[in-house]
Ligand binder design. Structure first.
Ligand SMILES: NC(=O)c1ccc[n+]([C@@H]2O[C@H](COP(=O)([O-])OP(=O)(O)OC[C@H]3O[C@@H](n4cnc5c(N)ncnc54)[C@H](OP(=O)(O)O)[C@@H]3O)[C@@H](O)[C@H]2O)c1
Length: 261
């Protein structure tokens, strides 16, 4: 991680779960992190618990709804003013609604498209505009995709979600091709986790007791061991630590136990 020390990463959806895990891993390994989400108070609490490292690395929270293009543009102008710019962009914010294809609600489908697909596209475009403007040639774009972005699991609540994650598989490859066309050395990686112990399932089913919903994620895996947000944080560290000649295109990280559907 040496060459990233003191440089700046944007992590979307840093208020919870995987995004909080990635933000923590990056701060502990020498990066300044701008963490964004709607619930900025949660990011601030995480930031307080992480503190500032000896080399001055910390998590800075900012409110941003990724369905709002003006919010996104404000993040990039804030980053330019405060830090000069962003070097690593982690598109993590995402959500599932319980939305089967034959009975789902249009509003929920549209929200999944906005958060899971359009948000990351707008953020990636704005990020690369700033990267080009600054003449940076080793920036890294990371998409938090899903195993649902590679196959359609027989679980109707997640079929539309799966379509949004398949879009991310195509978008990550498209971005990689456009970077090559530009003769850029910037890299693009899609990380596709299996089941991670977070609030995503509780949110999808509007759980009244969120802690119970998070605890119940254990029951989705045959050996009771879902992945933890830190596992994905460590995956991001691995991807970033690869030597400049090496671009990790796609990493699929599943649980060792079987997913019980
Ligand atoms: N958990 C899993 O098993 C799993 C597996 C594969 C992939 N993933 C993917 O991992 C990513 C993170 O999910 P998670 O499991 O960590 O879920 P989570 O704990 O529910 O976190 C979701 C994050 O996304 C943010 N978010 C949602 N809507 C947003 C919006 N409109 N604007 C800005 N931020 C928004 C949330 O922040 P606010 O609510 O504060 O805005 C929160 O920080 C998602 O892309 C998800 O699809 C999860």
């Amino acid at each position: 991680m040496d060459r990233w020390c003191g440089r700046v990463a944007l992590v979307t959806g840093a208020s919870s779960g995987i995004g909080a895990g990635i933000a923590s891993s990056l701060v502990k390994n020498g990066m300044i992190v701008l963490g964004v989400a709607r619930d900025v108070e949660r990011i601030k609490k995480l930031s307080d618990s992480l503190g500032t490292t000896a080399s001055g690395c910390k998590l800075v929270g900012m409110k941003c709804d990724v369905t709002n293009e003006d919010d996104i543009k404000s993040v990039f102008s804030y980053a330019k003013d405060q830090f000069g710019g962003i070097d690593v962009c982690v598109n993590n914010a995402g959500l599932a609604h319980n939305g089967p294809l034959l009975t789902g609600d249009t509003k929920n489908w549209r929200n999944m498209l906005d958060v899971n697909v359009l948000g990351p596209c707008i953020i990636t475009r704005e990020f690369m505009n700033q990267v080009k403007e600054r003449g940076v040639d080793d920036a890294h774009i990371i998409f938090i995709n899903s195993i649902n972005g590679h196959s359609v699991l027989p679980s109707s609540p997640y079929h539309f979600y799966s379509a949004t994650k398949h879009a991310i598989t195509a978008i990550a490859e498209g971005v990689r091709q456009e970077l090559r066309e530009m003769k850029s050395n910037c890299r693009c990686t899609s990380i596709s986790p299996g089941v991670v112990k977070t609030e995503v399932f509780g949110r999808a089913f509007k759980a009244e007791d969120m802690q119970k919903a998070v605890d119940d994620v254990d029951k989705l895996i045959s050996n009771g061991m879902p992945l933890l947000p830190d596992d994905i944080g460590n995956t991001v560290l691995f991807v970033l630590s690869a030597p400049p000649r090496m671009e990790v295109n796609e990493i699929i990280v599943t649980t060792t136990g079987k997913l019980l559907l």
